[in-house]
Design a protein around this ligand. Structure first.
Ligand code: NAP
Length: 366
């Protein structure tokens, strides 16, 4: 793919006016692009200007469905047509392409002078992730991984209440869900979520949630131990990643991360000496319960949050609002989900894949 030209001389202003909508371009017209478009439709401070995909007709159909004015079949075309001086400028590009393309798409977009929100997982390898951060710094543009949990009210509640448990010794975080794409795989197809050439598999698709939540709550860990079950195509169907904190504030803590694309999930829990806090889902915790002496209302305390995630537009609502706020304020990254945490999570997933035996073409490049 040829690189779009740099446009650093026509940079977007550092701060955007408070009442100006943030204008998005979207890469990909698949599952996550739909969630994104539905969230934008519910967010008065955002609009989508253009979409690009591999197949022009899919991009055009997506644009028609979501009221988007411009559709392209190449990223270069979209970036070239929507720079700051153009008739319909884009401020931020949402990268919703397959995992293997995140680094390439994010770097090309940053170098062309646009801010970037890139879907989880941030990248396939630590060196790709570091190159993305370097590109954002060099271009002086905003970059963030779309790991929605960071902005969820249920995760805010965890940040607030976990200190009540004192020192934690065992945390079990589970993100397990039967994938409809597993049916496609079992009947002979190879959907992107299972394709090693595209960075697929359970670790990359679902394991990212518990791993990122652990890093978000407890910081960088000291040791990774991973096991998993491989499919014939070479990616994992399910597995376990144990994150060990040997030193510092959380010394002695083990976080057991369970991920699976073959079975429904179990709840997650945080155990201290006397108390346990449990959550229903580590991607977007809603039912949250504290049990033990730390509970204020008898033996258990309900800390649940009201949060519908089924209605169109609700899934990415908090993340989108935060991106709009940050870009409008001229931020270059999120304090709540900083780039160093995305790089760390990619490093853990890469090491876990190495131990389990999942190799991507990108791994050959280091
Ligand atoms: N945040 C979340 O909760 C969440 C949920 C699901 C997925 N995701 C992430 O979103 C990403 C996409 O997953 P998905 O489920 O949306 O996959 P998907 O349904 O397969 O959609 C991927 C899209 O990317 C397009 N694409 C492929 N190569 C491209 C290229 N070179 N340039 C432009 N577009 C290209 C495809 O185009 P065509 O349709 O034209 O072939 C397709 O529309 C993954 O990284 C995944 O981890 C995040």
């Amino acid at each position: 793919m040829s690189e779009p030209s740099r446009t650093t001389d026509t940079a977007p202003p550092t701060r955007l006016p408070d009442d100006a909508p943030i204008r998005f371009g979207v890469i990909g017209a698949g599952f996550i692009a739909r969630w994104f478009a539905e969230a934008v439709a519910c967010e008065p401070g955002a609009q989508i200007v253009a979409v690009t995909s591999v197949h022009r007709e899919r991009a055009a159909a997506f644009a028609a469905e979501h009221g988007i004015a411009h559709a392209y079949a190449s990223l270069e075309e979209m970036l070239a047509a929507h720079g700051p001086g153009s008739q319909a400028p884009i401020d931020v590009v949402h990268v919703g392409s397959p995992n293997s393309l995140h680094a390439q798409h994010a770097i090309a977009t940053l170098e062309a002078g646009f801010h970037v929100l890139v879907e989880k997982p941030f990248a396939l390898t630590r060196s790709q992730a570091e190159a993305m951060v370097e590109a954002a710094r060099a271009a002086d543009r905003f970059l963030m991984e779309g790991w929605l949990s960071a902005f969820e009210p249920g995760v805010a509640r965890l940040r607030e209440h976990l200190p009540r448990l004192g020192r934690l010794h065992r945390v079990v975080l589970s993100k397990e869900q039967f994938s409809s794409r597993m049916e496609v795989y079992r009947s002979g197809g190879l959907p992107p979520a299972f394709d090693p050439a595209l960075g697929g598999g359970s670790l990359m698709d679902l394991g990212i949630y518990p791993v990122s939540l652990a890093i978000h709550l407890f910081g960088e860990l000291d040791r990774v131990t991973a096991t998993g079950t491989l499919l014939e195509c070479g990616v994992d169907a399910r597995g376990t990643v144990v994150l060990s904190y040997d030193f510092g504030e959380h010394a002695g803590l083990e976080v057991v991360c369970l991920h699976s694309k073959t079975s429904p999930g179990t709840q997650s829990s945080f155990a201290g000496d006397h108390d346990v806090l449990s959550i229903d889902d580590c991607q977007w915790p809603r039912r949250i319960e504290l049990r033990g002496p730390a509970a204020e209302t008898g033996a258990s305390e309900d800390l649940s949050v009201e949060r519908g995630v089924q209605a169109p537009g609700h899934q990415l609502a908090y993340e989108l609002a935060e991106v709009c706020r940050l870009v409008r304020a001229g931020a270059r990254e999120s304090d709540l989900h900083p780039l160093s945490r995305s790089v760390a999570a990619v490093g853990v997933l890469q090491e876990a894949r190495r131990q389990v035996g999942v190799r991507f073409p990108a791994d050959e490049q280091g």
